[in-house]
Design a protein around this ligand. Structure first.
Ligand code: NAD
Length: 293
């Protein structure tokens, strides 16, 4: 039976490390600041934003919260970003996606100062990630990497299959796994014979958004399986979160497996705080108190 990868426990460890890092920085006169911008009232986004703010306050960061109505114009949002870009005490800017359809998310992302782009979505950071250095890396892929490396520190030569090619998960994770010398395959909705492709994976990452798409018999015995999916389903009148992997089936075959919830999810916020601290240190030319694991 697969070892469960306890993302909540790893994230808790990271949070306490980050709290000490912030304490250390505050003593040196630097309190990292994170601005979180939410446009509209998408219920899932509101929950994510609330958690991000709560965690950043707990870590000792300075937190700036901007909640704008769904009718906010693109121009108004861009001028807020302008102000946050020049605000001295703001080190990280996060604009929660998705944005309302009348706002061009790409334009907004590109307007954020790349040095404050703690989501790592700015073209400059995307480019740096693919060139191999110095980027602010998207939080969910970074969280996945920390979990994978917690299971196995040397990944060179392993076959990694990522199902999903989004800009926020699949593509940046492919870059991170390449950097570890994995042989990376990125599958997507037009991929043919997904089951046999998955069966070749020593590391299998599901970032699709389809409940239990990946079956137990698609998994190579002993593989590391990372389930990024968060799908909401009703179960006996209650809301339940289900991953992209058939958990029970996978558990019987895989070597290590993340649960949903309690796997990748908690790591995302921890990595956001870590990026904010990194960004603050770089902006102020201070050496970072966080290790490079
Ligand atoms: P997305 O919708 O942007 O991309 C989904 C990808 O899956 C696409 O590349 C698509 O080609 C591929 N796909 C769709 N159907 C497929 C199929 N049948 N076979 C193979 N590939 C298929 O999604 P996203 O933003 O990358 O998110 C993916 C999932 O991860 C969602 O459930 C989302 O909620 C979750 N997510 C979780 C976190 C977290 O913190 N844990 C963060 C981001 C996203």
């Amino acid at each position: 039976e697969a070892t469960l990868i306890d993302g909540a426990a790893v994230a808790a460890g990271l949070h306490s490390e980050l709290r000490s890092a912030v304490e250390n920085l505050v003593e040196r006169g630097l309190t990292p600041g994170l601005a979180v911008v939410l446009v509209g009232n998408d219920p899932a986004s509101s929950v994510y934003v609330r958690n991000k703010i709560r965690r950043s306050v707990e870590a000792g960061l300075r937190s700036f919260h901007h909640e704008l109505p769904s009718t906010t114009s693109e121009t108004d949002l861009l001028s807020l970003i302008d102000r946050l870009n020049s605000a001295h005490d703001v080190d990280g800017i996060l604009v929660q996606l998705p944005l309302p359809s009348h706002i061009d998310a790409q334009k907004v992302t590109a307007a954020i100062d790349p040095a404050k782009d703690v989501d790592g979505f700015h073209p400059m950071n995307v480019g740096k990630l693919s060139l191999g250095g110095g980027a602010l890396v998207p939080c969910t892929p970074l969280g996945c990497m920390l979990l994978i490396k917690g299971v196995r520190s040397q990944l060179a030569g392993l076959n990694a299959v990522i199902v999903g090619r989004s800009n926020i998960v699949g593509k940046p994770l492919a870059q991170l796994l390449l950097r570890e010398n994995c042989t990376v395959t990125v599958a997507h909705s037009r991929t043919e014979d997904l089951p046999s492709l998955c069966r070749r994976a020593d590391i299998l990452v599901a970032a699709v958004g389809q409940p239990e798409l990946i079956r137990g018999d698609w998994i190579k015995p002993g593989a590391i399986v990372i389930d990024v999916g968060i799908n909401r389903a009703e179960h006996e009148g209650r809301q339940k979160l289900i991953g992209d992997v058939d958990f029970a089936g996978a558990r019987a075959v895989a070597g290590a497996l993340t649960p949903v919830p309690g796997g990748v999810g908690p790591m995302t916020i921890a990595c956001l705080l870590r990026n904010t601290i990194d960004a603050a240190c770089r902006r102020h030319g201070v050496s970072s108190p966080i290790g490079n694991s």
